[in-house]
Design a protein around this ligand. Structure first.
Ligand SMILES: Cc1cc2nc3c(=O)[nH]c(=O)nc-3n(C[C@H](O)[C@H](O)[C@H](O)COP(=O)(O)O)c2cc1C
Length: 341
């Protein structure tokens, strides 16, 4: 086992970062209160909002991490994007919305967020959606943070090691939300997270946090047995009292009408694991590889669907463990997951 300890929490259970609402300060506090390790979700936020959250969690006096989105390198295929925008017009009509058919590029204010974390270092920084210039990783490490890259294959793990990270967040395809894959053209191949962790550990001697498909304490045990140092959960926290998940999303996770999860690019242009709904069925085929352009294209539609309680048009991110996602305090979820740790 790689000897470096990545996280200073009493329990080897991590609240995975969940941007777009679910991760809140209350969730981080609840997780940390019972010895879990919380992540803040830096994605989509302004640098000021992220700085404010860091201040609030730091005031709790607990170890924590911050997750950032690494900007995409590729330009979207404008023709495929325009065809998709035209296809989505009928969905937008349902809310009297006009979707903006010009692809929006943005880098999630990456450089400003890195600057913020260098000026005001946090214990752990995790990166997703690829690898940045290694100088950014070196600068974050010099500032005093442990830097983790999120990887989905042994090849990505090798590339991350070669960029100088301290450890890996290994995300299996059973994970809810966006795949961290470095190649969004690729639909993640089915593999259990424990097997993926074994393959990554065989390829690279870096400490690993395992994520994806955790549905209870036995799954935690399996991942620790596969030589993960800690196990991260997202989906199992989505319905808890402290999570900022939208009420429509929370309800859908418990609704027997949603019988399966699928990996789709339909909502954002990058593969993501979600409850299968009508929007996915209607648009799965045509959705181009174009993140964040498709994320921006569908955003107003998704906001309207959320407000209207229309789960059929909402991105209902979920991992395969969703049927075991409980309501109640997040602290109970963490405590229960640690039972077999
Ligand atoms: C609603 C939601 C939002 C997510 N947002 C992020 C994110 O901002 N950054 C990130 O690295 N991973 C994100 N993920 C993935 C999680 O960090 C984690 O890999 C995943 O939830 C673990 O699998 P599980 O959902 O089966 O527990 C998100 C997952 C969900 C369900």
């Amino acid at each position: 086992m790689a000897s470096d300890t990545l996280l200073d929490s009493p329990l080897p259970i991590v609240a995975a970062p969940m941007a777009g609402g679910p991760t809140t300060i209350a969730l981080a506090a609840a997780v940390a209160s019972v010895g879990g390790f919380p992540f803040l979700a830096g994605g989509y936020k302004t640098p000021d909002a992220l700085a404010a959250e860091i201040g609030q969690v730091r005031a709790l006096g607990v170890p924590f991490g911050v997750n950032l989105f690494v900007p995409a390198q590729d330009q979207p295929d404008e023709t495929a994007f325009s065809v998709y925008a035209a296809e989505l017009r009928s969905e937008a009509d349902a809310y009297g919305l006009q979707l903006d058919a010009v692809p929006v590029a943005d880098d999630d204010r990456w450089a400003e967020k890195v600057e913020l974390l260098i000026a005001d270092p946090v214990p752990v920084v995790s990166l997703t959606f690829g690898l940045p210039d290694p100088t950014a990783i070196a600068a974050l490490r010099r500032a005093g943070s442990r830097v983790l890259a999120t990887v989905t294959t042994p090849e990505e793990a090798v590339a991350a090691r070669n960029c100088g990270v301290d450890g890996l967040f290994v995300q299996g395809p059973d994970a809810g939300g966006h795949s961290a894959t470095f190649a969004p053209t690729r639909t993640p191949e089915p593999i259990k997270t424990a097997e993926l962790v074994r393959r990554v550990r065989a390829a690279v001697d870096l400490p690993v946090i395992a994520a994806g498909g955790v549905d209870g304490p036995e799954a935690v045990r399996r991942l620790l047995d596969a030589d993960a140092q800690a196990v991260a959960v997202g989906t199992l926290l989505l319905r808890t009292d402290e999570a900022g998940t939208s009420p429509t999303h929370k309800a859908a996770l418990a609704d027997p009408a949603f019988g399966e999860t699928v990996i789709t690019r339909a909502f954002t242009g990058r593969p993501a694991h979600a409850l299968r709904n009508g929007f996915i069925d209607r648009h799965q085929q045509a959705a181009p590889v174009a993140y964040p352009a498709v994320h921006h294209l569908t955003r107003a539609l998704r906001q309207a669907a959320g407000k209207a309680g229309d789960a059929d048009r909402l991105h209902l991110w979920a991992g395969t463990g969703y049927r075991n996602a409980p309501t109640g305090p997040a602290a109970d979820v963490i405590r229960r997951l640690a039972e077999e740790a």
